[in-house]
Write a protein that binds this ligand. Structure first.
Ligand SMILES: Nc1ncnc2c1ncn2[C@@H]1O[C@H](COP(=O)(O)OP(=O)(O)O)[C@@H](O)[C@H]1O
Ligand SMILES: [Mg+2]
Length: 233
């Protein structure tokens, strides 16, 4: 579904990704784990068309998408829930969800709004509230739901568990699994390596801009190097 080849991305003179290659098959959950500064967000932002690669290519469903604008990439079927949520705090929950559907012209937006609220009943309770009044966990639910409003076939999630209490982390990861079961392919980026590997079909380890390891989720959970560096021994 997604095929990334030899991707190099720079911020001015700083190289954030070096020759990164990876694939995501339709129906998978693929996780990318790595420390702070490894290049995880850079990778997702490049897929989304927010950054331009200096080298390499990105193909989605057989078509090159590097070079397309971000809105065109959303229209192709990829959307991102960004690091730090980036919801519009001075707008209502309802308005935030509608923004996620801004490229759509079909008549099913109401039913997708309902599906989002069924998945996250707390969003229904707070639908008219300013999004800035939501807790961190609720803001994460909103960011993911907003991304789902464009009906992506590939959902990019940048550190959805960041800053959340353990019970909410469990809830968010179980929702990710549900979204995948309902047919959305997922590329997940996380510092929470344990959880990210647990739900992944396959995963990659990113270190200072390079992919250094890839395997199935269970194999990486048992990999001594991964245990040592990312799972607290
Ligand atoms: N806007 C930016 N300008 C310059 N350097 C950046 C910028 N954003 C990220 N970087 C650098 O690129 C590297 C990768 O960052 P990032 O992709 O945010 O990593 P991660 O998401 O894995 O924490 C880091 O060295 C970071 O300092
Ligand atoms: Mg990041």
């Amino acid at each position: 579904m997604l095929s990334i080849s030899n991707l190099s991305v720079f911020y001015g003179a700083i190289q954030a990704l070096e020759d990164a290659s990876l694939t995501v098959e339709q129906g998978e959950i693929v996780s990318i784990i790595g420390s702070n500064g490894a290049g995880k967000s850079t990778l997702l932002r490049t897929i989304s068309g927010l950054l331009r690669p200096r080298k390499g290519s990105i193909e989605f469903e057989g078509e090159r998408i590097d070079g397309l604008t971000a809105d065109k990439i959303v229209a192709k079927g990829i959307s991102q829930s960004p690091e730090g949520r980036r919801i519009f705090t001075n707008m209502s929950v309802n308005e935030n969800l509608l923004i996620g559907a801004y490229l759509r012209h079909d008549g099913n937006i109401d039913s997708d709004m309902n599906a989002a609220m069924d998945r996250f009943p707390r969003l229904r309770e707070r639908i008219k509230q300013n999004a800035g009044t939501l807790s961190g966990g609720e803001q994460q639910m909103l960011a993911m739901s907003r991304a789902m409003m464009s009906r992506p076939r590939l959902l990019l999630l940048d550190e959805p568990s960041m800053g959340l209490a353990p019970n909410l982390v469990t809830e968010i990861f179980s929702i990710i699994t549900d979204l995948n079961k309902d047919g959305t392919t997922i590329l997940l980026v996380e510092q929470n390596a344990h959880r990210a590997l647990e739900i992944a079909n396959r995963a990659y380890v990113l270190e200072t801009g390079k992919i250094v390891l890839s395997d199935t989720g269970p194999a990486l959970l048992n990999n001594p190097k991964v245990k040592e560096a990312y799972l607290g021994g």
